[in-house]
Design a protein around this ligand. Structure first.
Ligand code: ADP
Ligand code: MG
Length: 155
């Protein structure tokens, strides 16, 4: 299934993240594709707000992964694999796999750099394209029926 959604501001992207958070579950994995400045972190902020996480979510570029523990609700694991681009495969084993399909929601920026750890067919795949200064195109798709309701209902 696949759905295309446009947002016209940073706030609309946060709202989209909030809406999508309602459909997430333990073990949900979202792969975020898109250039620098596309809105991946902004979208993740919206998911965090939607899940009830009180900490502000910012770019984990210098941390690779940040864990937001969320009493009584889904934890959020935010991975930014950007800095793993040139790291040899055998050195990437830093425990990320435990966060993917783990006991919370896992959102991955730059999944291309940890593709050996990811099962694309089991993930929600979101590709964000910059169509103008404030407009973003979200291509939301999955091969897994776990996300059918989300993709069908989201708008
Ligand atoms: P990424 O994590 O993909 O590098 P960020 O979310 O950090 O991107 O940054 C997105 C930038 O684009 C922010 O400066 C934000 O204000 C701007 N922006 C403009 N329009 C939008 C939009 N529709 N959705 C998300 N961000 C937008
Ligand atoms: Mg980012």
């Amino acid at each position: 299934m696949e759905k295309i959604i446009y947002t016209n501001s940073k706030n609309e992207t946060i709202e989209l993240g909030k809406k999508i958070s309602n459909y997430l579950f333990k073990g949900a994995t979202i792969l975020l594709y898109g250039d620098l400045g596309a809105g991946k972190t902004t979208f993740t902020k919206g998911i965090g707000i939607g899940l009830g996480i009180e900490d502000d979510i910012n770019s984990p570029t210098f941390n690779i992964a940040k864990c937001y523990f969320n009493k009584g609700n889904l934890n959020l694991y935010h991975i930014d694999a950007y800095r793993l681009e040139d790291v040899p495969k055998e050195n990437k084993d830093i425990g990320l796999e435990e966060l993917i399909e783990g006991d919370g929601v896992c959102i991955i920026e730059w999944p291309i750099f940890i593709k050996e750890m990811i099962n694309e067919d089991d993930s929600l795949i979101i590709t964000i394209n910059i169509t103008s200064d404030n407009r973003r195109k979200f291509d939301i798709k999955s091969n897994s029926s776990k996300y059918d309701k989300l993709i069908e209902e989201i708008k």
